[in-house]
Ligand binder design. Structure first.
Ligand code: SF4
Ligand code: SF4
Length: 390
């Protein structure tokens, strides 16, 4: 194995052993569960470097690397805190290409699902509309139309039931504001994030090409995305995969809803006091730098008070659902969520407000397990709840 051909090979040799990526501020969420350094930035970098220098047995080294890479939530806290600015998440993505012959078993099932049905669950593509059951009678009026604004749902919002209330809220708010949006759920493919997280760029590109061509078919100029993972993949990965800029603009659903409020297209009367806390999704925050729009949106909702958790914005805690860890190590994913929930409880809030369906669901599941009174909802649901018509 020749690690010298890796794009980020030189980064393996600049680690200062400082451990800022292990236990500092947001720190490594998985490390706090497994207490084994192989899962951290430093652990993976040192293992890869030892492999490159032939200092460890290749079989053992690659297996250790596999375990470290697949117990990582891809939250980016290590990169945020790295003292010498190693682009750690990019290094992890590249290292995954070295271990394609030893991927965890549950990852095989996920890839089969994607191959067969183009979604992470392996469910019928026709059921991709199942999120819209609340607006069933009106669904067709949004589908496959030629409008400037489009809406990409992604697999989790499309199939997971509870999280589907988020996109339903976006459409209801768009309707109140007399806006036209085109959705193309029936022909959407997964954004390709699981392939990228599994180190399979070529397959992710096939999905990127398909989705981009569907968006172009409808003449969409502005694409709304409400899933943090899809947002990261479209904005950070697709341009690299296709080798050029996207032929349309991507905006988060928060940016879209904020624009509707700014243009006075939504009526937001005074309502009772509500204490909420916004959970910065790792893939939207640390990966894409999207922080302020959520705060701006919440501050425009009368009666809503956003109470920041001790760790927020760049140092926000991970919810535990990213990086395929919920698929491969659900217990670790739950333990990470419980530590986040403890910071919410400290703020004595009524709601945890999300901009990512994976965060929403993992937090929701663990709030219930913990017997908490806090409810986990999508930020679009909260905006809808604060309008006149709800
Ligand atoms: S991305 Fe997150 S989980 Fe993975 S090593 Fe870095 S801090 Fe730990
Ligand atoms: S923070 Fe960066 S330099 Fe420090 S141990 Fe981690 S990877 Fe190495």
């Amino acid at each position: 194995m020749n690690l010298k051909s890796l794009q980020y090979y030189n980064e393996l040799f600049i680690c200062a052993y400082c451990a800022y990526c292990v236990d500092n501020q947001a720190s490594c969420p998985t490390y706090h569960s497994v207490l084994h350094e192989i899962v951290t930035g430093r652990g993976k970098i040192i293992t890869a470097r030892n492999l490159a220098q032939g200092l460890i047995n290749s079989e053992e080294g690659l297996n250790a690397l596999r375990d470290g890479l697949f117990q990582c939530t891809f939250c980016g806290a290590c990169e945020e805190n790295c003292i010498v600015d190693i682009p750690l998440t990019k290094v992890y993505s590249e290292l995954k290409t070295l271990i394609q012959d030893r991927l965890p078993k549950s990852t095989h099932k996920l890839f089969e699902n994607l191959k067969k049905e183009h979604n992470i669950y392996g469910l019928d593509q026709e059921d991709r509309e199942s999120w819209s059951f609340e607006i069933e009678d009106q669904y067709s009026k949004w589908v496959n139309l030629h409008h400037d604004t489009g809406f990409f749902l992604g697999c989790v919002y499309s199939y997971s039931g509870r999280a589907g209330r988020g996109p339903v809220a976006v459409l209801k708010l768009a309707e109140m504001a007399n806006e036209k949006i085109s959705i193309f759920s029936p022909t959407e493919y997964c954004c390709g994030n699981p392939y990228l997280l599994g180190g399979q760029k070529a397959k992710a590109k096939e999905f990127a090409d398909h989705n981009i061509s569907e968006i172009q078919r409808l003449g969409i100029k502005n694409l709304i995305i409400s899933c943090a993972g899809c947002y990261r993949v479209f904005t950070e990965e697709y341009p690299e995969l296709i080798g050029k800029d996207l032929p349309f603009k991507v905006i988060s659903h928060m940016e879209y809803l904020y624009k509707l409020i700014e243009e006075k297209k939504l009526s937001l009367p005074n309502k009772s006091h509500l204490k909420v806390t916004y959970k910065d999704p790792c893939e939207l925050g640390r990966h894409c730098g999207v922080y302020d729009i959520a705060r701006d949106l919440l501050s425009n909702l009368p009666g809503v008070e956003n109470r920041e958790m001790t760790n927020h914005k760049e140092q926000a805690l991970c919810c535990g659902s990213g990086g395929l860890i919920k698929t491969n190590h659900p217990t670790i994913a739950n333990e990470i969520a419980v530590r986040l929930i403890s910071q919410m409880e400290d703020q004595n809030v009524d709601l945890c407000v999300n901009a990512c369906p994976s965060c929403l669901l993992n937090i929701d599941e663990n709030l219930k397990i913990e017997g908490s009174k806090i409810e986990s909802i999508d930020i679009a649901e909260l905006v809808l709840n604060r309008t006149n018509d709800s």
